[in-house]
Design a protein. Structure first.
Length: 106
């Protein structure tokens, strides 16, 4: 019965609008959270620009954030199996949360 349920979930169809299909470029994400929400602000830090601008904001419930974490882990694993280890180069910087709590990462 679980296999049938999994197959039904994989048949989800999404509508992708042309203006969204091209996506946005982001090399920076600021993650903050409150008791009820996770907020992901996607931006691009590019040479010649005075400061990065948030291009997209995604707000999700903690349960969905945890599902996203699992999906990203699974996909990074699959990517590295096919293309090799992703080199992060050096230590990642920490960013202060707008909510002033937690230890969000960029």
């Amino acid at each position: 019965m679980d296999k049938e349920h999994d197959e039904q979930q994989m048949q989800l169809q999404l509508n992708l609008k042309p203006e969204v299909a091209s996506g946005i470029y982001s090399n920076l994400v600021l993650i903050s959270h409150s008791h009820s929400d996770f907020v992901l602000d996607f931006a691009a830090a590019l040479p010649g620009l005075p400061k990065p601008e948030v291009e997209a904001r995604v707000i999700m419930a903690p349960e969905h954030a945890k599902r996203l974490l699992g999906a990203l882990q699974e996909n990074v694993y699959k990517y590295e199996q096919e293309f090799g280890t992703i080199d992060l180069g050096g230590p990642q910087s920490r960013v202060i949360s707008p909510f002033g709590k937690g230890t969000p990462e960029a």
